[in-house]
Design a protein around this ligand. Sequence first.
Ligand code: FES
Length: 169
Amino acid sequence: MMMQPRPQSKLHLINDASREEIDGWVAKYPADQKRGAVMSALRIVQDQNDGSLTADLMDAVAEYLGMQPIEVYEVATFYSMYELKPVGRHKICVCTNISCLLCGSEDVVAHLQTRLGIGLGETTADGKFMLKEVECLGACVDAPMFQIGNKYYEKLTPEKIDAILDALD
Ligand code: FES
């Protein structure tokens, strides 16, 4: 019988800092359930890779957590916080769900599209901003809002949006 070549390990793609962080999440689960850390692991390696995942990185996560690659791909393609292609330096996640919609998220999106010259799901030519539509981020009381990085920006107006973008390098 012909031997299949052994797939190359991709574990080296996960750097030491990411491993340490992933290990912290793995420790929260029973030893035989470390796959429970898959969402955190994907977020961590995505951050390590400037905000997006690659097939190789997903394979590395699968290998690290003892999962099949397809199981990791399923998670990465299901949840909107994972990016499967390179994103701008600042990913603007605009909530367009019901509370934000009622409070003017369409105007927020329109203002951002005009100012940045891109549509939803696109990145500016200089790689600085990506614009993304997302579901409720749990800040409905201060709608309309968007998220950039780990920070929420709420009760948005065109003036406020301009000031926020102007302050980002
Ligand atoms: S609907 Fe926008 S944060 Fe909830």
